[in-house]
Design a protein around this ligand. Sequence first.
Ligand code: 5GP
Length: 204
Amino acid sequence: MDHKKASAKRKQPVRPGNLLVITGPSGVGKGTLVQKLKPRVDKLRYSVSVTIRAMRPGEVDGESYFFRSRSEFEDMARQGAFMEYAEFAGNFYGTPRGWVSEELENGVDVILEIEVVGAKQIHSQYPDAVMIFISPPSFEELANRLRNRKTETEEKIKLRLEKAEQELQEKNVFQYEVVNDNLDEAVSNLEHIVYAERCRMLRA
Ligand code: 5GP
C-alpha cells in the first residue's frame, strides 16, 4: 500500500469537544439563548448544574437543575465533584465535573451557563474554554427583564442588580461579547461562534 492510501485509511483521532462558557448577569436571557441554540447545532449539549436554591414553579429536578440540600452540596464540593462552584445571591451553584469531562472526551461540545465568578474559575483552569459574555442592551433593560420575570422578590431583584453591576464591569475578561437585544440575532451570533470554534486549529 502506498503512503497516500495508508494515510487516507488511518482513522482521525476524536477531536475533543469545546467547553463553551456562557456567562453574564442574571436576567440577561442566557437560559433562553441556550434553549434556542440547542436545536440549531449538532453535537452540542448543555450541562445541568447542581444548586441549593428553592425550585421555581415549572422547574424540573434533573432538567433545570439538580436541586440538592446545602449539606449534600457541601459533600459534593469536598469530594471534588465540581469543575467550579460559586455562591450567587445567597445560594450555591456548581458544575458537575464527571459528565462534562466525558462528553468533551467523546467529541461533544458542552455549554455551561453560569455566573461570572464561576466562569472566571473555568477560565483559569481550562485555558482553552471558549468564554462568551452575554450583555443586556442597557442596565435599565436588564432591570425590566428581571422584574418582568416575576421569579424573585423585590429584595432579591435588588441583590441581583447589584451583582449585575459588578459583573458588567468584568466583561472584558471574556473572549466574545454577544448583546442580547434582538433574540434571533443573538442566537445566530452564538451559533456562528460555536461553528467558528470548531474550525480553530488545536493548540499543542
Ligand atoms: P438562577 O437562580 O436565576 O437560576 O441562577 C442564578 C445565576 O447562577 C445565573 O447567573 C446562572 O447562570 C448561574 N448559575 C447556574 N448554574 C451555575 C453553576 O453551575 N455555576 C455557577 N457558577 N453559576 C451558575
